[in-house]
Design a protein around this ligand. Structure first.
Ligand code: ADP
Ligand code: MG
Length: 140
């Protein structure tokens, strides 16, 4: 499997609890490299656009409110099989179903406030990275 890039977001529940370093350590310890990183606070329009695929889901409005409620950390992670590897490090969406040692098992508060986002395919990773970073902000 070739080198790949994926988008990671450390969500408001985690920045609020000052645990970004603990989360970043999970990525680096698993061999993923952070090739872009910035802390921002999204506007409603930015969150709506990012989560547009979920706009028909019942949790969409709550998710947009949550993702704009505090700063987030946007990161591009690079490594072998990075999309799948990041999803493995994150654990299941619902922390009650997440495997031991995963970010969501250790840190998530509930199914919404689940500490991290990760792209779910190489195709979506490219789209999401393009939404969040200029090419010059990514330095491998
Ligand atoms: P994942 O982040 O694991 O890819 P989804 O893409 O299905 O999960 O959902 C996007 C985000 O929406 C989740 O990470 C979570 O913050 C929120 N979410 C998903 N399902 C629910 C739900 N049933 N109730 C509340 N929030 C949810
Ligand atoms: Mg998803």
């Amino acid at each position: 499997m070739a080198q790949e890039r994926t988008l990671s977001i450390i969500k408001p529940d985690a920045t609020a609890r000052n645990i970004t370093g603990k989360i970043i350590d999970k990525f680096e310890s698993a061999g993923l490299r952070i090739v872009a990183s910035k802390r921002v606070q999204w506007t409603e329009a930015q969150a709506q656009k990012f989560y547009e695929v979920h706009k028909e889901r019942p949790f969409y409005n709550d998710l947009v409110a949550f993702m704009t409620s505090a700063p987030i950390v946007l990161q591009v992670l690079e490594g072998e099989d990075a999309v799948a590897k990041n999803r493995e490090i994150m654990g299941a969406t619902n922390p009650e179903e997440a495997a031991p040692g995963t970010i969501r098992k250790e840190f998530a508060e509930n199914i919404e406030r689940n500490s991290v986002h990760g792209s779910d395919s190489a195709e979506n990773a490219e789209i999401e990275i393009g939404l969040c970073f200029e090419a010059g902000e990514i330095v491998g």
